[in-house]
Design a protein around this ligand. Structure first.
Ligand code: SF4
Length: 428
């Protein structure tokens, strides 16, 4: 960025360190959590993490679409636009996402509702304002302005767009992979998770899957896990205190087994300084497959339940219908899916610090047997704890009429005894 090209006077209101509630709660307004810095201009609010990396931009003028809408930058350096959608209440974003916002991703995914935010100049002006602010901070620093905020300004200037991009690449180098999809349950931590890869590849290579790698399933070594932890601690630096969630990757970490999962979770817990915040334990997230889940012994769940985390394991069920399973190239039987579903119900009723959730596909070209068997399964799910065991419906990426899936989603949701949401495939 060349500072001189952009320079226009701005009055800056700089808050070097602000502190929001440390426990995350869901609310309709984007309350800031943890510790951060904030700079306000007349028209925009910019938030930075404790390393001086930009985290979010929100418009303040009346023509900004909604006061709760904002851009958020992920650790993967994606700018995600958080919209509140155009309907509220029963039919709004919260009813199908379980959150008060819908993340609009700047890369192809499987959204049921696309908001073309990039064609709105009011929204896209946020990036021009960010460049403007960066240029003004550069000048302010060279002229010794805002002396009380000198340290913050220097941290921000050290994190220009090129550095932010390189940092995202460095994260991938540290973990030796790219997290191409996060478990849907990471929404509870607003997708802010520390990734730690304990295994690569999958047990299956499902035909329909858009996130798989070509690798065969393979565990990492314990040395590799320790090396990642050391490097991640250095990488997140001062901002580590703001993290309250760990993702053990990659696509089927459950298949790595009890010893590996618990080793990685315990080592990370100690190294990253996780702790309970009020009544909220740190979150532990992982994916499992039908095969690895059915093979997991009770001892694994008992041990996970004793960890100082609240653990979410997300299982890819995909379908109960044999024709659909064969159509999407998933090498499991409907009997195994049913067995795994029942195991999920049992574990959710037994353990209080753990929750198994499941994914099913949704698409407009699938056999009626898929929708019918799924609706029936959820209608008769004998949930003892109705708030646990969320089911996520994941629209197939190449399904042409995703928006039209919503009425079918509502029908399934209304009749289900378990919570049902839409799964948006989001990378780190
Ligand atoms: S659906 Fe899951 S198990 Fe199948 S290839 Fe994709 S990530 Fe692997």
């Amino acid at each position: 960025m060349k500072a001189m090209d952009f320079l226009q006077p701005q009055h800056l209101m700089i808050s070097i360190e602000k502190e929001g509630p440390e426990k995350r709660v869901k609310q309709s307004f984007p309350l800031r959590f943890g510790r951060y810095s904030e700079i306000r201009t007349k028209d925009f609010e910019f938030c930075f993490n404790l390393n001086g990396e930009i985290k979010s931009i929100r418009g303040l003028k009346p023509d900004w679409p909604h006061p709760a809408e904002q851009f958020k930058r992920t650790m993967g350096n994606d700018w995600v636009y958080y919209t509140v959608g155009d309907k509220s209440g029963h039919e709004g974003v919260v009813s199908w996402m379980g959150e008060y916002y819908l993340p609009c991703l700047p890369y192809p995914s499987n959204p049921v509702w696309e908001i073309r935010y990039f064609s709105n100049p009011v929204i896209m002006n946020a990036f021009a304002e960010w460049s403007q602010l960066f240029a003004n901070l550069y000048m302010a620093n060279s002229q010794g302005m805002y002396p009380h905020a000198r340290g913050l300004i220097e941290r921000i200037l050290a994190n220009d767009d090129r550095v932010l991009y390189e940092r995202s690449q460095e994260l991938n180098r540290i973990i030796g992979a790219r997290v191409s999809v996060l478990p849907p349950d990471t929404r509870h931590a607003d997708y802010d998770v520390i990734p730690l890869i304990i295994s690569d590849g999958c047990l299956y290579h499902c035909k329909f899957c858009c996130v798989k790698s070509d690798q065969k399933f393979q565990k990492r070594s314990k040395e590799n896990i320790q090396e990642q932890i050391t490097a991640l601690k250095h990488y997140f630096g001062a901002d580590l205190v703001n993290y309250h969630a760990l993702f053990l990757g990659n696509h089927d970490a459950l298949a790595a087994g009890e010893d590996f999962i618990c080793f990685a979770a315990e080592e990370a817990y100690n190294a990253f300084g996780f702790r309970q915040r009020m009544d909220q334990r740190p979150f532990l997230y992982l994916f499992g497959s039908v095969g690895s889940f059915l093979r997991s012994e009770p001892a694994l769940f008992e041990k996970l339940n004793r960890l100082p985390f609240y653990t979410y394991i997300n299982i890819g069920f995909e379908s109960m219908d044999p024709d659909t399973l064969s159509l999407i190239g998933k090498p499991v039987t409907s009997g195994q899916v049913k067995e795994a579903f029942e195991k999920m119900m049992e574990i959710n009723a037994t353990f209080d610090r753990m929750e198994i959730t499941g994914n099913f596909i949704a698409g407009d070209n699938l056999s009626p047997g898929h929708d019918n068997s799924l609706a029936l399964l959820l209608k008769h799910a004998g949930a003892k704890r109705k708030s646990k065991g969320a089911i996520y419906l994941s629209p197939l990426k190449d399904s042409p009429k995703k928006r039209e899936l919503l009425p079918r989603f509502y029908t399934i949701k209304e009749e289900s005894r378990l919570p049902v949401f839409v799964y948006l495939i989001q990378r780190l």
